[in-house]
Design a protein around this ligand. Structure first.
Ligand SMILES: *[C@@H]1O[C@H](CO)[C@@H](O)[C@H](O)[C@H]1NC(C)=O
Length: 398
């Protein structure tokens, strides 16, 4: 009896496998299409990416090697600067651009709408491209600075895709790299805008340090260039407007009060990490806007170590007691009215990040907020110009 029962079960099992379940049948779809698809059908079927698929670019943006391709204009270019041979502690930020791109994978044009601003930066009339990386030598910092200065100048001097009077040049968002990449960026902006710019600097450290503050009997001109001295060099070259710049999030140890004297001479005000307890994010936003205003061309430089290392451990010179990712994002959201002409996100060193990519995720979100603000400010200006009597487009193209 038992044998017959098990035979029955075996037979039933075989039957259930030979008859395909209706779950696998799709009556709507012929398994073999009658002929080859048209180009339009191919596009409809396959030209789509999931957040987790595709070759890694920032937010799945189109990749163009902008440096060698002058024929594809853009309004905003994401450019990687994989350089980390000017660091004082942990190296590894050369892998920052890759990590930030990977962590931006859930930013897509089909779900890129930013509710805080009511717009989707990836679906606006601006052309945003991932311009790839600058191929920077890791063997010679003087040459590296030359390569970066020339690359930033080449891209930043182009004509934008969308020409109107308030958008005379494309904007670059640089993914570092260690913080020293800000020096070649400022050198290029100085040429493009014909004068110094204000600097809005988010960081745990001043980075206006006199190069001589690293005690050593050994010295070379080359050794003055570090990721803690680039703003000192830039100030001395007259690249930074004296009296309009801001540090935000400071908390590192100092050599002594004379570090502040040096910093004052370079025309920065200092908002410390602790200030957020007294001022709140709104007080910090107000202080920055009051200092810089909405007209001065401004370079926004964000060192990911402004965020607490508990939340963003993947960085070269971590300092306990920083702002949360939420606070930094909230502050950035309040700064859309600044005239930011270029920006960087630096010091993401993924080797020290967690398996959840928390540092790179924060950096990618910072990038998204900067893009949103750029598109938001530009769109508002275009709408204002149109309301004040016709498009300015024709006039500019003359
Ligand atoms: C900035 O201005 C202050 C005050 O006028 C001056 O002492 C300082 O030398 C200037 N700094 C630079 C780098 O020119």
């Amino acid at each position: 009896m038992l044998r017959m029962l098990s035979l029955l079960i075996v037979l039933l099992t075989i039957c259930s496998f030979t008859k395909p379940s209706s779950f696998y049948d799709n009556p709507e779809q012929d398994p073999l299409p009658p002929g080859p698809d048209s180009a339009e059908e191919l596009h409809k079927k396959w030209d789509h990416e999931w957040s987790f698929s595709g070759i890694s670019t920032f937010a799945h943006l189109k990749h163009v090697k902008c440096l060698s391709d002058r024929d594809t204009p853009f309004d905003i270019g994401i450019i990687g600067a994989p350089f980390d041979t000017a660091v004082t502690y942990r190296p590894g930020a050369r892998f920052g651009p890759r990590a930030i791109r990977a962590a931006s994978a859930r930013q897509t044009s089909f779900r890129g709408f930013n509710p805080r601003r009511g717009l989707n930066p990836f679906a606006a009339q601006y052309t945003i491209l991932d311009c790839g990386d600058i191929p920077i030598t890791p063997f010679d910092n003087a040459l590296a600075v030359q390569q970066m200065s020339e690359a930033f100048l080449e891209l930043g001097s182009r004509s934008p895709a969308l020409i109107h009077s308030r958008n005379p040049k494309p904007k670059l968002l640089t993914l570092g790299g260690d913080h020293s990449i800000a020096l070649p960026a400022l050198r290029a902006l100085n040429k493009i805008y014909g004068g110094p710019v204000a600097v809005l600097h988010f960081d745990a450290h001043q980075d206006t340090w006199h190069p001589g503050k690293y005690p050593s009997a050994w010295h070379s001109a080359q050794s003055d260039f570090t990721h803690g001295s680039m703003f000192w060099i830039a100030s001395n070259e007259g690249l930074i407007i004296n009296g309009s710049s801001v540090h935000a999030g400071l908390r590192s140890r100092l050599t002594g009060w004379d570090d502040y004297d040096d910093d004052d001479r370079q025309g920065f005000i200092r908002i410390s990490s602790d200030d957020i307890d007294d001022m709140g994010t709104s007080g910090i936003i107000a202080t920055i806007l009051e200092r810089i205003g909405t007209e001065l061309p401004t370079y926004l430089s964000l060192d990911i170590d402004v965020i607490d290392p508990g939340l963003a451990p993947g960085t070269g010179t971590p300092e306990a007691g920083g702002w949360t990712s939420r606070e930094v994002i909230r502050i950035l959201r309040g700064l859309e009215s600044l005239n930011v002409v270029g920006a960087d996100i630096v010091e993401v060193a993924p080797a020290y990040d967690g398996t959840g990519e928390q540092t790179a995720l924060a950096a990618a979100q910072v990038g998204y907020e900067i893009l949103t603000s750029w598109v938001g400010r530009g769109t508002a200006e275009m709408e204002r110009a149109e309301a004040m009597g016709g498009s300015e487009r024709g006039r500019d193209e003359l």
